[in-house]
Ligand binder design. Structure first.
Ligand code: CP
Length: 309
């Protein structure tokens, strides 16, 4: 079954069948990634451009590995050191890359909506690798896939997203994805970092992180995004860590196991302590591992190829 979309711009545009299709395809690619030769030649006639206008470690490397493990040719573009600094527009930049016979574009951009804008101006399929404070769809897919691996069907499972909800594209994509899969989502953190009326997205709000942890099966802890905060929204990082950081004492007080997640990069000692990030409850590195299989699935399904090989 093909996906119902030509591009992966956001989770908002996907239906439940699309998400299940991506998960089932990722299951197959996860098996490929366990083999001694972790590659299939499915996309050997396809060229993918990864164009990153914003910093990235995990997402950029994960997409590049996913594309190479599907046999695609890959070109990488970073805005720093490019002709963007000479005033070239986004559309001109991408059209010049496409003129070199590129079939698919994976893009990260600091402007919310940039992938939608591009989709209206070019023919190639676009995968959103994170746009401003809007969406990060492959992160939400790999997060939900990692939860499903531990908990099975997510219907009725209680997921708490903790931290800087206001500036987080991971939070919004997770909310859309988890709602579609029937999970119960709560957001938690300081009132200044939780958007007003967020309940209209179908989530609960619990400002007390300890109480939020008591009621959840999974805590997805998010980074404080200082680079997007143009005025102070809490007094100091130390105070944030004291009142909203997740630490081992909090987990011990629950007297039951919950799953700890974080999309990275981690600010150790701020939103999460090392004794939680590195604990047996943490599946942070499983998330990173699953990211490659999820991105292989997304690229494969959008390519329209029918043979996995
Ligand atoms: N999770 C995530 O998007 O990490 P990077 O910014 O390193 O890609």
């Amino acid at each position: 079954m093909p996906l119902s979309v030509k591009h992966l711009l956001g989770i908002k545009e996907l239906n439940v069948n699309d998400i299940e299709q991506i998960f089932q395809t990722a299951d197959n690619f996860k098996q490929v990634l366990q083999r001694p030769i972790k590659k299939v030649p499915t996309l050997r006639d396809t060229t993918v451009a990864n164009i990153f206008f914003e910093n990235s470690t995990r997402t950029r490397l994960s997409f590049e590995l996913a594309e190479k493990r599907l046999g695609a040719d890959v070109v990488n573009f970073s805005a720093s050191g490019s002709s963007v600094s000479k005033g070239e527009t986004l559309i001109d930049t991408v059209n010049n890359i496409l003129a070199m016979k590129v079939d698919m574009v994976v893009m990260r951009h600091s402007a919310s909506g940039a992938p939608w804008f591009l989709a209206n101006h070019i023919d190639a399929s676009i995968v959103n690798a994170g746009d401003g404070t809007n969406e990060h769809p492959t992160q939400a897919l790999l997060d939900a896939y990692s939860m499903r691996e531990k908990l099975g069907n997510l219907k009725g499972k209680r997921i708490t997203i903790i931290g800087d909800i206001m500036h987080s594209r991971v939070a919004l994509s997770n909310i859309f994805c988890l709602n579609k899969l029937g999970a119960e989502v709560t957001v938690s953190g300081p009132p200044t970092l939780i958007p007003k009326h967020i309940e209209s997205l179908g989530v609960k709000v619990e400002y007390d992180v300890k109480k939020a942890l008591q009621k959840c099966d999974v805590a997805n802890v998010l980074r404080i995004q200082l680079e997007r905060q143009h005025k102070p929204l809490f007094s100091t990082l130390r105070e944030y860590a004291l009142y909203f950081g997740v630490n081992k004492a909090m987990l011990d007080s629950l007297q039951r196991d919950i799953i700890i997640m974080h999309p990275g990069p981690i600010n150790r000692g701020v939103e999460i302590n090392s004794d939680v990030a590195d604990s047996k409850s943490s599946i942070i590195l499983d998330q990173v591992e699953n990211g490659v299989a999820i991105r292989m699935a997304v690229i494969y399904l959008l390519s329209g190829k029918r043979e996995m090989e």
